[in-house]
Write a protein that binds this ligand. Structure first.
Ligand code: SF4
Length: 317
């Protein structure tokens, strides 16, 4: 259950055939459960939320079928999700798995070939029902055994959304998110930050992925990362993610951003962090001002000037 319209329709269609449906959704540093929680609430169906980070990250670093336009390994990701769901199905002694996939809807992950690859590689090919396109696909075990009536399933295909919108109306589904969105890996800016991260760190920590979501990012010539909050939300999240081993800077006398330098920085990175803190603060740009930098619970005060255009052009990510 992604929480998108197709997954809602697939679940609702099967539930309307008197089948007990339990939804499952997955979380990782790159996607969360909010859309699915909203959808399951609307459909009045139970939802399992499973954090798949531990299995997702090794796959993500070297996906067998590569990435989409961003850093989204959709084929391998779907395969993993279906494999995890298959294991859950066996544990729950459920009969089959439903997905909201629609034949031909997405160029990379929903061609007939991709649907077949994903099903086969998940290890549960004969248990995966795609109710919205089922009549265009081979029958699965539950259909052959008469547990689900094939004639009640649908034959939607292609990129259009008209059939789905009509179906939503019939089912009284009025609230659903836009077709795209929800996975940071498809976001071009996030993908650029990820690639840059991988070029410096082969094995990032989970926190490194979360840090990519907030603030402006800079890389100093000696390889340190500097993150400057852009607004209150960024500042708040950066403070939450900071540890005692990081350097955290704030302006002393003027409103300004939280600047975070993850552990392992040099003196020159610390000076640049202080300068960036001033640049994005309300401090006057043509004079000196104080910045307080905290590390290992100790505060140090710097008097310096704001970073200028030349500093930025070299290091901004
Ligand atoms: S968009 Fe993101 S969550 Fe969805 S299949 Fe692709 S990688 Fe996985």
């Amino acid at each position: 259950m992604s929480g998108g319209l197709d997954s809602m329709l697939a679940a609702k269609l099967i539930a309307s055939l008197d089948v007990d449906v339990t939804c499952i959704t997955f979380t990782s540093p790159f996607f969360d459960a909010r859309k699915a929680q909203d959808a399951a609430r609307q459909l009045n169906l139970p939802l399992i939320v499973e954090d798949i980070t531990a299995e997702f990250l090794p796959m993500f670093k070297a996906p067998r079928y590569g990435y989409g336009k961003g850093m989204n390994p959709c084929i391998d990701c779907h395969t993993l999700m279906l494999n995890i769901t298959g294991r859950k199905m066996e544990k729950m002694e459920a009969d089959f798995i439903i997905t909201g996939e629609v034949l031909g809807q997405r160029p990379m992950s929903q061609t007939r070939q991709s649907l077949n690859i994903v099903a086969k590689n998940s290890g549960y090919a004969d248990y995966i029902l795609r109710p919205l396109s089922a009549q265009l696909l081979s029958p699965i075990k539950a259909e052959r055994e008469g547990k689900i009536e094939r004639s009640r399933l649908l034959s939607i295909s292609g990129r259009g959304r008209k059939d789905q919108m009509r179906l939503a109306e019939n089912f009284g589904i009025t609230r659903y998110p836009p077709a795209a969105g929800g996975c940071l890996l498809t976001d071009p800016m996030f993908a650029r930050r990820l690639r840059e991260l991988f070029s410096f760190t082969k094995n990032p920590e989970i926190r490194d992925y979360h840090l990519l979501k907030y603030g402006r990012h800079f890389r100093t010539p000696d390889g340190a990362k500097i993150i400057v909050g852009r607004n209150n939300k960024d500042n708040e999240e950066l403070r939450k993610l900071a540890t005692e081993n990081d350097l955290v800077c704030n302006t002393a006398e003027f409103p300004g951003p939280v600047v975070l330098v993850p552990k392992g920085y040099s003196d020159s990175a610390r000076l640049l962090a202080a300068k960036l803190c001033l640049r994005y603060s309300d401090a006057p740009k043509n004079g000196q001002a104080a910045v307080i930098c905290r590390h290992n619970r100790q505060d140090t005060s710097f008097i310096t000037t704001a970073a200028d255009e030349n500093d930025l052009s070299v290091i901004i990510i």
